[in-house]
Write a protein that binds this ligand. Structure first.
Ligand code: PLP
Length: 430
């Protein structure tokens, strides 16, 4: 799309470019397969000699338009959709590491990603070192090894709501010759475009604000095209040396800035196949059309809820970076001056027991695993999403045992606050 279009315009019109007589609205290409006239035409696609659709596991026009929209929103050069945020995180990392390699990751990340790195990728022979993202450059640098292939963190961590110093992380990653991969799910490109601050690759769980209505699980990977794989030839053989499964093409040479996404599509999607269904991509696109409006309202409402909680005597602590007293306020002002996200984390005096009583008495806010959609929802990570973690791991992941994750929706904020007030009252008096 035109480089000068602002995010709001990209949300509505990015990606799908109908030609004469084509549908104005992005259609669902509900087809597994695509027709060609000659066997040679088809053969060229399989050799990556020509571009075109042939099988939806690799590419589909609906998915491609939506990936393109998100790529434009992030200001990247290439992107792809995946079936979930977890698939996006797995592909984004596994695309550039393998058995015998090592990754460095912030410890304050989504519970599922913590398990992916700490348990499942370990089984594949990929080792991880978790670090405290607030530590100094020197301290974090100590975690790097000669076989380290990437640095990973979340812009705003789920559920601890810690803000990443993206520039600091980019500097550390680049000084060790590896890319910085940032999970930008909570901030969304409306509030923060991590590429502007040196991140190389961005991942999303589109399940959250992007879809926004809690209808479709999905993920996305976007590449900035800025990391120079050829400058680190030995470290990234998958991109810089011939691929025997495609007659010896070298991705970084043949595809230039699109090398990373092309490899992820043509190898990982081909072999592991976590595609997003075109149906879900269609729904995701409808969500994206209003992302800018919803994110703004989520942030306005969340700030009021955070202020209410901060002033309430039953509340032990509140974590929301737009509160001037918050530890991350200066970073939030720098990286997302227009607002952070709609999720507020807090603890109640009296700990776990009071937290459960509070949650059980909410009427408008529902107890759901999900976060970051139009409806206000609440979760107690230590009892739910992070249940598998030990007390020690909980603290490492930034999850205090009393932490309540409150995902503020786009309802009327006075109604949300009244609901909180009545539930707090019951929790206090029972
Ligand atoms: C939800 C979430 C994920 C996982 O995404 P799914 O779509 O549920 O697979 C990854 N990272 C963050 C920050 C998330 O909030």
């Amino acid at each position: 799309m035109d480089q000068n279009f602002k995010p709001e315009t990209i949300c509505v019109q990015g990606g799908w470019k109908p030609k004469k007589g084509e549908p104005r609205v992005l259609p669902i290409y509900q087809s597994t397969t695509f027709k060609y006239d000659t066997s040679e035409q088809m053969g060229k696609l399989f050799d990556l000699e020509d571009t075109g659709y042939f099988y939806t596991r690799l590419q589909n026009p609906t998915n491609e338009a939506v990936a393109q929209k998100i790529t434009e929103l992030e200001g990247g050069v290439a992107g792809m959709l995946t079936s979930s945020g977890q698939a996006a995180n797995f592909y984004a990392t596994f695309n550039i590491c393998g058995a015998g390699d090592h990754i460095v990751s912030a410890s304050a990340i989504y519970g599922g990603t913590f398990n992916l790195f700490g348990v499942t990728m370990k089984k594949l022979g990929i080792d991880v070192t978790f670090i405290d993202q607030d530590a100094s450059e020197e301290e974090i640098s100590k975690a790097f090894q000669p076989n380290t292939k990437l640095l990973f963190a979340e812009t705003i961590s789920n559920p601890s709501i810690q803000v990443l110093d993206i520039e600091k992380f980019a500097k550390i990653a680049h000084s060790h010759g590896v890319p910085l991969i940032v999970d930008n799910t909570f901030a969304t490109p409306i509030n923060c475009r991590p590429f502007k601050f040196g991140a190389d690759i961005v991942v999303h769980s589109t399940t959250k604000y992007m879809d926004g209505h809690a209808t479709s699980v999905g993920g996305c990977i976007v590449d900035s095209g800025n990391f120079d794989w050829m400058a680190h030839k030995e470290k990234y053989p998958g991109l810089t040396q011939p691929d025997p499964s495609y007659h010896g093409i070298v991705y970084a040479q043949k595809f230039g800035k699109a090398a990373y996404i092309t490899k992820a599509t043509s190898q990982l999607m081909r072999d592991l196949g976590s595609i997003q269904s075109p149906q879900n991509a269609f729904l995701l696109n409808i969500g994206l059309e209003t992302l800018h409006l919803r994110v703004q309202r989520h942030c306005e409402n969340a700030k009021k809820v955070a202020e209410y909680l901060e002033a309430n005597e039953m509340v032990a602590w509140v974590s929301y970076p737009d509160l001037p007293k918050d530890k991350y306020y200066p970073l939030a002002k720098k990286y997302f001056p227009n607002g952070s996200c709609g999720v507020v984390s807090f603890g109640l005096k009296g700990g776990r027991e009071v937290a459960i009583r509070f949650m059980d008495n909410l009427k408008l806010a529902a107890i759901v695993t999900h976060v970051a959609d139009a409806r206000t929802s609440v979760l107690h990570p230590a009892s739910h999403t992070h249940r598998q973690l030990t007390e020690e791991q909980l603290i490492e992941a930034g999850v205090q045992p009393d932490l309540i994750r409150f995902s503020v929706g786009i309802e009327n904020v006075e109604d949300i606050i009244r609901d909180i007030a009545q539930a707090l009252e019951i929790a206090r008096t029972k």
